[in-house]
Design a binder for this molecule. Structure first.
Ligand code: TXA
Ligand code: MG
Length: 345
């Protein structure tokens, strides 16, 4: 398939170019587009045959449902069965933005979008290109992250070119995404709201507008969700770099010495913070994700470094743990899912 590339300014998107992309969506084709979290692989959420193209292009298991993207709060009422006024304070706080909300769904959403579940995940992105594209398409847009299944989500232009060239009708290039991690997911379809996937938003901030929000322990990573029907996608291996990733967790003094020992066994690259960089052996290659006091910076660099080709010339990657506060909960969730092995010291 020949992929059409459109370069669009991320802050002031060119409507003429986005109209072209919107036409692809309306015609049942796939369009890769930027959001403030990661790049998405979009199709008309109301068109079954367009949806099946998403699963095919990604190599995604059919039982892993998609997020439906909207460009206004009004669009949501047409898609869900719940009374939205109950959640207006929450929506005022998090939308548009990097948060996905799960509601009980209306029948008009095809089963293939929700993998047969009676709920639908909805996101109202704030990225000007994403919201304009959805608006011009005049339909809700179903979109998973635009990576091949199992790979880290794409946060930069070269990632989507690498994974999606020739697999989709159109790719919109608009530079790097802002947060670099997928949206926070909250399930509002059950009696008590539950945080299903930590993301860019600080869970404590969510508690202010959703006091009874349940925050499950994400400490054990993937294992705890095996077979859990709450969010089917969470049971799959995710974000894996091409070479083994070992995550070392524990008290930082012990972490530093353990990383040094593991790094001595093979050619290794250490993913670390600015603060600890100089404590690791001099002969080991270090890649700094950011400062421990600026976890948003760490988050925005994580997938970039897990996909960085130069980093893959080593035999293994060893990662340091980060504090599980604010976006740190999401960073550790992704690191644990990406890890081939977790060493606890
Ligand atoms: O930031 C993001 O959320 C990006 C951008 C493109 O919006 N999208 C994204 O989509 O990360 P994806 O498909 O990679 O991850 C969506 C997750 C999956 O783990 C899926 O299982 C879960 O959302 N999900 C979707 N619908 C669901 C539902 N009805 N109930 C529970 N989990 C659901
Ligand atoms: Mg994904």
């Amino acid at each position: 398939m020949n992929t059409v590339y459109l370069r669009v300014n991320s802050e002031e998107p060119d409507e003429f170019r986005l109209k072209k992309a919107a036409r692809f969506i309306r015609e049942g084709e796939l369009v890769v587009f930027p959001t403030e979290t990661v790049y998405g692989l979009g199709a008309n959420a109301l068109d079954e045959s367009a949806i099946s193209k998403i699963y095919h292009a990604k190599g995604r298991p059919q039982d892993n449902p998609l997020i439906v993207h909207v460009s206004s709060r009004e669009m949501v009422a047409d898609l869900v069965l719940q009374n939205l006024s109950e959640y207006s304070a929450l929506m005022d706080t998090v939308w548009p933005g990097p948060v996905t909300l799960i509601f009980r769904k209306r029948k008009r959403i095809p089963d293939s979008v929700t993998a047969g579940l009676d709920t639908v995940a909805i996101r109202f992105p704030s990225h000007p290109v994403a919201s304009k594209l959805i608006e011009l398409s005049c339909v809700p847009v179903a979109a998973p992250s635009a990576n091949l299944s199992g790979k880290p989500s794409p946060t930069r232009e070269e990632h989507v070119v690498e994974d999606m060239d020739g697999r989709v009708s159109c790719i919109i290039l608009s530079g790097s995404t802002v947060f670099g991690l997928e949206s926070t997911i909250i399930d509002l379809s059950r009696e008590r709201p539950v945080l299903l996937r930590p993301g860019p938003i600080d869970p404590d901030q969510l508690k202010c507008v959703l006091p009874d929000l349940q925050i499950p322990g994400f400490a054990s990573g993937r294992e705890q969700y095996l077979g859990d029907p709450l969010s089917p996608g969470l049971k799959y291996r995710h974000y894996s770099p091409d070479i083994p990733l070992i995550l070392v967790e524990g008290e930082l003094g012990l972490v530093v010495s353990k990383v040094g020992i593991i790094a001595g066994r093979k050619s290794s690259l250490v993913l670390c913070s600015e603060e600890l960089r100089d404590y690791y052996p001099v002969q080991v290659k270090k890649v700094v994700l950011g400062s421990r006091s600026n976890l948003l910076e760490v988050a925005s660099n994580l997938f970039k470094e897990l996909r960085n080709k130069e980093n893959m010339s080593f035999s293994q990657i060893i990662a340091e743990p980060f504090p599980e506060t604010g976006v740190g909960l999401a960073i550790m969730n992704r690191l644990r899912k990406a890890a081939w092995k977790i060493e606890r010291v």
